[in-house]
Write a protein that binds this ligand. Structure first.
Ligand code: COA
Length: 258
C-alpha cells in the first residue's frame, strides 16, 4: 500500500515509520503522497484511536526534505512544494485523533517541522533538532518558522533559525520542544504508554481539546468562543453522560466515542 512507510496497528495505536533509512528518511514526494494516504486511513478507520510517527533505523527520525529534489526548481515550483508540505503537516496538526512524534534521531529541517506538526513529541536521548536551511541558502518551508516560534518562543526560535544550530534532546526538553527524553530502546514503549492513557478517555472530548488548543494559533478563530461551542457539543454526547454517571456511581467509565 505504501512505498515509503511501514505501518502497524496494535491496541488502537497506529504506528507510522518513515522508511528510507539509507537517506536518513528524507521527505521526498513519495513520502508526502504516502503520508496523505495514511491520513485518509487514520480519519476513516475506527480501529485507529491514536498515531505515532517515527523513523526507520537507529540514526534519524527525518533528516529533512529530500535535497536531491530541489535541483532545477523555479520560484513557482518551490512555492508549490512548500504549499504541499504545509498542507500535509496542517492535516497532521488538525487531526481529530492524537498524533505524536517519537523522535529517534536527527529531526532536521522538514523532519523538525514534521515533529512540530504533531500534537506533542517524545525524544530518544540521541535525538537532534534543528532548522539547518540557512546552510543551503533556504528558509524552512513546511511551517517551521511559525511552529518553532509557537513552541519555544521567538527569541530562541530566531537564534535556531538564523544560526542553523542543532540542539540535543535534553535542550529540546528544557525549551519545551519535547515532553520526555527516553533511551532509544524505551522510546516507543514510553510513547505507547502515554497514548494508552489518552486512548482510555472519551475520543470526542480529546478531539475537542485538540481543536480548541489549536485555535490559540489560528487568527481566523476565536479560541474562547470555540471552547464554549466544544464544551456545549460535549454535553450532547453519550460519552459525557457515561463519564459523569460513572463518576457518581464510583465506577470506571466505558467510552464508545459517541
Ligand atoms: N536529503 C537528501 N538526502 C539526504 C538528506 C536530505 N535532507 N539527509 C541525508 N541524506 C542522505 C545523504 O546524502 C546520504 O546519502 P548517500 O549515502 O547516498 O550519500 C545518506 O542520507 C546518509 O547521510 P550522511 O550525510 O552520509 O550521514 P552523516 O551521518 O554523515 O550526516 C546529517 C548526517 C543529518 C548531519 C547529514 O546527512 C545532513 O546534514 N543532512 C541534511 C540535513 C539538512 O540540511 N536538512 C534540511 C533539508 S532542507
Amino acid at each position: 500500500m505504501y512505498t515509503t512507510l511501514l505501518t502497524s496497528l496494535e491496541n488502537g495505536i497506529y504506528t507510522i515509520t518513515i522508511n528510507r533509512p539509507d537517506k536518513l528518511n528524507a521527505l521526498n514526494k513519495d513520502v508526502f503522497t504516502d503520508l496523505n494516504t495514511a491520513l485518509n486511513e487514520i480519519e476513516k478507520n475506527n480501529e485507529i484511536k491514536s498515531v505515532i510517527i517515527t523513523g526507520a533505523g537507529p540514526k534519524a527520525f527525518v533528516a529533512g526534505a529530500d535535497i536531491s529534489e530541489f535541483g532545477g526548481l523555479n520560484k513557482a515550483d518551490a512555492m508549490k512544494l512548500a504549499k504541499r508540505g504545509q498542507d500535509v503537516f496542517l492535516r497532521i496538526e488538525n487531526s481529530a485523533k492524537p498524533i505524536v512524534a517519537a523522535v529517534n534521531g536527527f529531526a532536521l529541517g522538514g523532519g523538525c517541522e514534521l515533529a512540530m506538526s504533531c500534537h506533542f513529541r517524545v525524544a530518544a536521548e540521541n535525538a537532534k533538532f534543528g532548522q539547518p536551511e540557512v546552510n543551503l541558502g533556504l528558509i524552512p518551508g513546511y511551517g517551521g518558522t511559525q511552529r518553532l516560534v509557537q513552541l519555544i518562543g521567538k527569541g530562541k526560535a530566531m537564534e535556531l533559525l538564523m544560526s542553523a544550530h542543532m540542539i540535543d534532546a535534553n535542550e529540546a526538553k528544557q525549551l519545551g520542544l519535547v515532553n520526555y527524553v527516553t533511551t532509544a530502546e524505551t522510546l516507543l514503549d514510553h510513547t505507547k504508554n502515554i497514548l494508552n492513557i489518552i486512548n482510555s478517555k472519551a475520543p470526542l472530548a480529546v478531539a475537542g481539546c485538540i481543536k480548541a488548543a489549536n485555535a490559540v494559533y489560528d487568527e481566523t478563530k476565536d479560541g474562547y468562543a470555540l471552547e464554549i461551542e466544544e464544551f456545549g457539543n460535549a454535553f450532547a454526547t453519550e460519552d459525557m453522560k457515561e463519564g459523569t454517571t460513572a463518576f457518581l456511581e464510583k465506577r470506571k467509565a466505558v467510552f464508545t466515542g459517541k
